[in-house]
Design a protein around this ligand. Structure first.
Ligand code: ZN
Length: 692
C-alpha cells in the first residue's frame, strides 16, 4: 500500500485517489486506481501539517490533512490524546476539518422498490479556514443531486470499497472560513441491497399481512442509509419526516413528534421525529411495520407486532425499576422517552441501544423475565455509548465494557451482589471461550484493536464486552470496592457526556480521579490489559456461591462412567435457576464433546429439548452437535434458521458444519435461507462456512 505521505503530495487536482472528477454524479472509477483513500489515514495520532500549505491545490482535499489538534476535554489528558485520532473506518472529512451538527431527513419508504427515497440536509460547520470541499461517507447510495445552501453543487462519488462504501466528495461553491456553516442537502436513493436495512416480506412477519423494515447502523452502516460523516467522533441532532403506507407505523431513535396524512399521496402517512440530544450517526434508526404498543412504565412503551405485544409487555415489566437504578448509577436520563421495540426473529443482535427506542430480539421472550439482563444492558448504553461514545471503533471496549459493568450493577441491585458476581464469573468463562476460538495471539483478542482495513463486523466479538468488564471489575477491587468505583463511573459519564472518547483519555481521567491512588494504578499492567492479545494478566476475585452448584453438577457429568449414568435424575436441577442452567451447560461446553451416551441420558432425565429459553436451548444444542448426536441435527438447524441472532446462529452453523453428518445439510440450509437472512448475518455465516 502506498504510504499516505506520497499520496498526499500527488498532484490529484483535489481528488482523492481512485476518484475521477465528474459533475454528473455518475461514478467513474479511475482506471487501475485500486488504492484505498482510507489507507492515507494512519490510525496513529498525528499532528496537522502547517496551515500555510492549505491554499496549495495539492492539499485541498480535506481528507488528507487533519486540522489543528482538538482542544483537550480535560486538563489531565496525556499529551498523546491531544493529537487527532483518525477513524480508519471512515472516508469522510475528519472532525478536525468539518463537523456535521444537525440532520434534517425527509424520507419516503418504498416497499415494492426496497428503497428509501430521501433528502438529507446536513448542517456542516467548517473547522478550518479556506475549506473548499468536503467528503461524506456513502455506501450503495444513488446520489441524484447535491445543493449547498440551496444551490446546486458539483460532486463526485469515488470507487466502492468492499465494506467502507464510497467517498462522496462535494465541491463547495465558495471557500468556508473557520466556524462558518453551510447546509449540504443531498437527494438520493438507497440500494435494495443496503447493508443497513432488512426488508421483510409479509410472510416473514408474525401477522403475515404487511411488509416490515428495520435498520441496524452500528458499526458503519449508517452510510448505507444516508450520506454522513459515519464516525462515532462526530455527533448530530436530527429531525426526520418519514412517509410510509398508511396502514403501517414508523418509529425512529428519537422522540415522536406527531403524524399526518401525506399531502402528496392519500395512501400514505408521514411520521415526524426529533432527536435533540447530539448522537453519533450509528444511532440513527428506523423501523416500519404493523406495530402496536403497550405502556409498561411512565416513560416506556413496548412496541411489536400485535402477536408479541402482550408477551413483551410481561417480559419487560422491570424496565422502569432498571431505569431508576441506572439513573442512580449514571446520573439523569436525558433522552426523555425509553421505549422498547421487539423485532422479528431475523434481528441480528440481542439488543441495539438506539436512543429513545431500544431494539431487541424476540429470543428474549423466555416467558419468565430471565433474559432481562439484555434490557439492563441496553438501558445502560443511555449513558455509556450514547452519551459518552467511543471515538473510533478501535476503542469499542469503552462502550461495551462500561455498559456490561453498569448492566451487572443494575442486576446486582435487583437480585443481589452474589448474582452480580455469578454473572461476572460467567462472563470470564465466555471470554475464555471467545479467546480459545480466536486463538490467544489473535489481534482481535486485544482490548484496543487496530481496525485499519478490517471490517468492524468481522472483528466483532465478546472480547470488548468481557475483557473490558474484567478490567473494570479488577480496577473496582484494586481501588476500594464497588461504591468507590461507581463514583468514578459517574464522574466519567459527567466529564465526557455529549463527547467521544478514546482509551488514553479514559485512562487520563482515571488517573486524575484517583490521584491519591496513583501508586496502586501504577501496579496495573496496562500494556497487557489494553494492548496484548489473549486472556487478561490478572483474574479478578469472584464470589462462587451460585456458580459452585453449576460446577459440581457439570463435574459429575464430565467424570461419569457409563455405569454412573443411572445416578442422574430430574431432581438434580430442582434448586437451580435458569441462569444456573445456562452456566451448567456453559461449563460442559468448555469440556465438550461429551460421550454421546451422556447427552442422550441428559435428555432423558432433564428433557432440555422441551426448553424454550433461548440461552439454554442454544448451549444444549451445541453440546449435542459437538457430541455428534445425529438426532439433534434437525433441532439445531431449526434454531439456526428460525431466528437470526448472530450470537446463536453463527456458532450453531459452525458446529453443524464441523460435524460430518450435518455439514451438507448446514450448507444447503444456509443456501436456502440466505436470501431471507439479514445482510450482515448472511455475509458472516457465509464466511464462517467458506461458501462466499
Ligand atoms: Zn452493548
Amino acid at each position: 500500500m502506498t504510504s499516505w505521505r506520497l499520496e498526499r503530495m500527488a498532484p490529484l487536482g483535489g481528488r482523492p485517489p481512485g476518484v475521477s472528477r465528474c459533475t454528473t454524479g455518475v461514478v467513474v472509477p479511475r482506471s487501475g486506481a485500486a488504492r484505498d483513500p482510507a489507507a492515507c489515514r494512519n490510525y496513529e495520532s498525528r499532528r496537522a501539517p502547517r496551515r500555510s500549505l492549505l491554499g496549495s491545490p495539492a492539499l485541498l482535499q480535506p481528507w488528507v490533512f487533519s486540522g489543528p489538534a482538538a482542544a483537550p476535554s480535560s486538563a489531565q489528558l496525556p499529551a498523546t490524546a491531544m493529537a487527532e485520532l483518525l477513524d480508519s473506518c471512515s472516508f469522510a472529512s475528519p472532525a478536525s476539518v468539518c463537523i456535521s451538527k444537525h440532520l434534517q431527513l425527509r424520507c419516503r419508504v418504498d416497499f415494492p422498490g426496497k428503497a428509501l427515497q430521501a433528502t438529507a440536509a446536513l448542517t456542516v460547520q467548517s473547522q478550518v479556514d479556506n475549506l473548499t470541499s468536503l467528503i461524506l461517507d456513502t455506501k450503495d447510495l444513488k446520489i441524484n443531486q447535491v445543493l449547498i445552501n440551496g444551490k446546486e453543487a458539483k460532486f463526485t462519488v469515488g470507487e466502492r470499497h468492499s465494506f467502507k462504501g464510497s467517498p462522496l466528495e462535494i465541491t463547495l461553491p465558495s471557500a468556508l472560513s473557520k466556524n462558518q456553516e453551510v447546509v449540504v442537502e443531498v437527494s438520493y436513493e438507497t440500494s435494495p441491497k443496503s447493508s443497513a436495512l432488512q426488508w421483510l416480506t409479509p410472510e416473514q412477519t408474525s401477522g403475515k399481512k404487511h411488509p416490515f423494515l428495520f435498520s441496524q447502523c452500528q458499526a458503519i452502516h449508517c452510510r448505507a442509509i444516508l450520506p454522513c460523516q459515519d464516525t462515532p467522533s462526530v455527533k448530530i441532532t436530527y429531525y426526520a419526516e418519514v412517509s410510509v403506507p398508511k396502514d403501517l407505523v414508523a418509529l425512529m431513535s428519537a422522540v415522536r413528534d406527531g403524524d399526518e396524512s401525506d399531502p402528496a399521496d392519500a395512501t400514505r402517512k408521514i411520521y415526524k421525529f426529533s432527536q435533540k440530544v447530539p448522537i453519533p450517526c450509528y444511532l440513527v434508526a428506523l423501523v416500519v411495520g404493523a406495530l402496536e404498543s403497550r405502556k409498561i412504565g411512565p416513560r416506556t412503551l413496548v412496541w411489536s407486532e400485535k402477536e408479541q405485544v402482550e408477551k413483551s409487555a410481561y417480559e419487560f415489566s422491570e424496565t422502569e425499576a432498571m431505569l431508576k437504578i441506572a439513573e442512580d448509577l449514571g446520573g439523569p436520563y436525558v433522552w426523555g422517552q425509553y421505549d422498547l421495540l421487539v423485532l422479528p426473529p431475523s434481528f441480528p443482535y440481542g439488543g441495539m441501544e438506539n436512543p429513545c427506542l431500544t431494539f431487541v430480539t424476540p429470543t428474549l421472550l423466555a416467558g419468565d423475565r430471565s433474559l432481562s439482563n439484555v434490557i439492563a444492558h441496553e438501558i445502560s448504553h443511555s449513558w455509556t455509548g450514547n452519551l459518552v461514545t467511543n471515538k473510533t471503533w478501535d476503542h469499542f471496549w469503552l462502550n461495551e465494557g462500561h455498559t456490561v459493568y453498569l448492566e451487572r450493577h443494575i442486576c446486582g441491585r435487583l437480585f443481589g451482589e452474589k448474582f452480580r458476581h455469578f454473572h461476572a464469573l460467567g462472563g470470564w468463562g465466555e471470554l475464555q471461550n471467545s479467546i480459545k476460538t480466536f486463538g490467544d495471539t489473535n489481534p482481535f483478542t486485544k482490548l484496543v484493536v487496530d481496525l485499519k482495513d478490517i471490517d468492524p463486523d468481522v472483528a466483532y466479538s465478546l472480547v470488548p464486552y468481557e475483557k473490558g468488564f474484567a478490567l473494570l471489575f479488577y480496577l473496582e477491587q484494586l481501588l476500594g470496592g464497588p461504591e468507590i468505583f461507581l463514583g468514578f463511573l459517574k464522574a466519567y459519564v459527567q466529564n465526557f457526556s455529549y463527547k467521544s472518547v478514546a482509551t488514553d483519555e479514559w485512562k487520563g481521567f482515571l488517573y486524575s480521579y484517583f490521584k491519591d491512588k496513583v501508586n496502586l494504578l501504577d501496579t496495573v499492567d496496562w500494556n497487557a490489559w489494553l494492548h496484548s492479545p489473549g486472556m487478561p494478566p490478572v483474574k479478578p476475585k469472584y464470589d462462587m456461591t451460585l456458580t459452585n452448584a453449576c460446577i459440581a453438577l457439570s463435574q459429575r457429568w464430565i467424570k461419569a462412567s457409563e455405569g454412573d449414568l443411572n445416578s442422574f435424575c430430574s431432581a438434580d436441577l430442582k434448586e437451580m435457576s435458569s441462569h444456573q442452567l445456562v452456566e451448567f451447560l456453559a461449563q460442559l461446553l468448555l469440556k465438550a464433546p461429551l460421550p454421546i451416551s451422556h447427552v442422550k441420558r441428559m435428555q432423558e432425565v432433564y428433557n432440555f429439548n422441551a426448553v424454550h429459553n433461548s440461552e439454554i436451548r442454544f448451549r444444549w444444542l451445541r453440546l449435542c452437535i459437538q457430541s455428534k448426536w445425529e438426532e439433534a441435527i434437525p433441532l439445531a438447524l431449526r434454531m439456526a434458521t428460525e431466528q437470526g441472532r448472530m450470537k446463536f446462529t453463527r456458532p450453531l452453523f459452525k458446529d453443524l458444519a464441523a460435524f460430518d453428518k450435518s455439514r451438507d445439510q448446514a450448507i444447503s440450509a444456509f443456501q436456502q435461507h440466505k436470501a431471507s437472512m439479514h445482510p450482515v448475518t448472511s455475509m458472516l455465516v457465509g464466511k464462517d462456512l467458506n461458501v462466499i
